[in-house]
Ligand binder design. Structure first.
Ligand SMILES: Cc1cc2nc3c(=O)[nH]c(=O)nc-3n(C[C@H](O)[C@H](O)[C@H](O)COP(=O)(O)OP(=O)(O)OC[C@H]3O[C@@H](n4cnc5c(N)ncnc54)[C@H](O)[C@@H]3O)c2cc1C
Length: 522
């Protein structure tokens, strides 16, 4: 039978959109359905790092760390607008401890029992040496030692910290990454449905009949293969949507972040180690803020919206207060967000210890195939998509090989160090933009920012002003190109302007989008 599509992808997080882009680029006929907005769940709630995962070295997750380290620079080249290098300052103090369960801590307790779970400085340096060399580096600088007594890095920290190690990783605007992958998938032939839930999928011999429920009501489509990238819902989609038996399980681990007003003057991040074996980051965020996270808490039901509990907030405040001179209180928290990690259940006892690697499983059960995706990191999404295509290709004829490495996402077609030049060019095109506004547009849209401001001589030419430099021209772009239909899609996922807009402004934007929606789409 000729089906409507080759692949029906369930879930518009980073893994679904990454696979959609890769598969569409290889000529497969792809449809993707996301029940809410793109990246509404985990993929907008991460710590937003393209990182190797320094702490995973203690769990001997060398495959994952190596793949992620190599990937950082591949991704950076393909999206220099939404990703950029960052330096991480790791202050050392002898009270820092391992998590008891790590293979490293077990080994250390055997060979150096007198350390009693403490992390020695030489071990951290060894880990950073591996971090520098496991994945190779061409763009990112390596590790160095920082004197906290004399450098700016030490200024906001308590005096007991004398030195730190400083290493590299990268920032990524997680939810923009998802939207740009979806756009590129569509440009290569995929059909992207947002606010469309996959209600049921029935295996009918060699194909699937899939029931979608979205803005146009309920309808059915057919596909040869189902790809389940439901993130926290992956298990539920297997059991309740596709009604397939499986022994595979996931573990839902909530992670929360708090945001405060900017806590220090430089652009580096901090990597803080706790006495409980966990680590947290403090990261310069959206120019005027500091992002602090994250936690590891069991979360049993994906349908319960993850929220930062008071206990998690206080844990993060206490953790940070162990490092910063400035005493932080609940009053300093201006925003929180929370997400659920859909981790593959590898039987680890603690949430912190559960593997962060991904696992792909094909279920054929005598009929049309279904690929289920468990776990994964934002950092490894492109490699995960390539691995998924390796599993998908045998079911189709003549599927070409991998192609996405280094291929720019929309707006990312400029040099890794070219952001300043892009900002200057944009200001030359639209001289009414100040540096901060131009930078925001370039960081969001890259070379495409020029299209948003094209032909405008003044800010008034950009149409209605919704506040915090969000104008009608940008909103129309996001509605027509990036699947935004509600104010929250724009102020919390396509941007973080929600941190600067009042609730009244956000409500007015929402009303405008509902009223103008049909005409904008037309
Ligand atoms: C606190 C935290 C911090 C993290 N930090 C980092 C980091 O710094 N770096 C990094 O690399 N990784 C990080 N991660 C991991 C990363 O965010 C996740 O691995 C990744 O976002 C998972 O993406 P996904 O596409 O699998 O899931 P999701 O983004 O959750 O997408 C699944 C989608 O499926 C949709 N869906 C479910 N059921 C249906 C249905 N029936 N029909 C239609 N749609 C459906 C959902 O609405 C959802 O949007 C972090 C995770 C958390 C929670």
């Amino acid at each position: 039978m000729t089906t409507d599509y080759d692949l029906m992808i369930i879930g518009g997080g980073i893994n679904g959109c990454g696979i959609a882009r890769d598969a569409a680029g290889r000529g497969l006929r792809v449809a993707l359905a996301e029940k809410d907005d793109l990246a509404q769940a985990t993929s907008s709630s991460s710590t937003k790092l393209f990182h190797g995962g320094l702490r995973y070295l203690e769990y001997f997750e060398f495959r994952l760390v190596r793949e992620a380290l190599i990937e950082r620079e591949t991704l950076l080249r393909a999206m220099p607008h939404i990703s950029w290098p960052m330096r991480f300052v790791l202050p050392y103090h002898e009270d820092m401890r391992f998590e008891n369960e790590t293979p490293t801590s077990r080994l250390m307790s055997r060979v150096m029992p007198w350390m009693k779970g403490r992390r020695p400085a030489w071990l951290i340096r060894l880990g950073l040496f591996m971090y520098d060399h496991l994945g190779g580096r061409k763009i990112l600088p390596g590790t160095k030692t920082v004197d906290l007594k004399s450098g700016v890095e030490g200024a906001p920290l308590e005096d007991k910290f004398a030195f730190a190690y400083e290493y590299s990783d990268c920032w990524i605007e997680d939810s923009r990454l998802v939207a740009l992958n979806a756009r590129d998938a569509e440009a290569r032939g995929a059909t992207i449905h947002t606010r469309t839930e996959v209600k049921a999928a029935e295996r009918t011999g060699d194909h699937w009949t899939v029931t979608l429920s979205g803005p146009e009501g309920q309808r059915q489509i057919t596909a040869r293969m189902l790809v389940n990238t439901g993130g926290p819902w992956v298990r539920q989609i297997i059991g309740e949507v596709a009604r397939v038996n499986t022994s595979e399980n996931i573990r839902l681990v909530r992670g929360s972040h708090i945001v405060t007003k900017r806590l220090y003057d430089h652009e580096k991040c901090y990597f803080f180690q706790g006495t409980d074996g966990r680590i947290i980051f403090a990261i310069p965020y959206e120019t005027d803020f500091t992002l602090i996270g994250t936690t590891d808490a069991e979360h049993t039901d994906p349908s319960v919206k993850p929220e930062c509990t008071e206990a998690e907030r206080d844990y993060l405040l206490n953790f940070a207060n162990g490092y910063f001179k400035q005493e932080l209180t609940a009053e300093d928290v201006v925003w929180t967000y929370s997400g659920v990690r859909p981790l593959y259940d590898d039987g680890a006892t603690s949430a912190t210890a559960a593997t962060r690697d991904y696992v792909l499983k094909v279920n054929e059960a005598g009929g049309a195939p279904m690929l289920n995706v468990f776990g994964g990191k934002i950092t490894t999404y492109r490699r995960l998509a390539e691995s998924a295509l390796e599993k998908i290709a045998p079911f189709f004829d003549d599927v070409p090989g991998p192609w996405t490495a280094g291929v720019p996402l929309p707006g990312g077609n400029f040099a890794v160090d070219g952001v300043r030049a892009q900002i200057d060019a944009l200001k030359a095109l639209a001289p009414y933009l100040d540096d901060r506004w131009a930078k925001r547009l370039v960081r969001a849209y890259g070379t495409e920012a020029a299209e948003i401001v094209a032909g405008t001589a003044s800010a008034e030419n950009l149409g209605k002003d919704f506040g915090a430099t969000l104008t009608e021209a940008e909103v129309r772009w996001l509605m027509t190109r990036e699947y935004a239909t509600r104010a929250a899609d724009i102020v919390w996922r396509r941007s973080k302007l929600g941190l600067r807009m009042t609730q009244a402004e956000i409500d007015a934007l929402d009303i405008w989008m509902q009223n103008e929606g049909a005409s904008v789409a037309a």
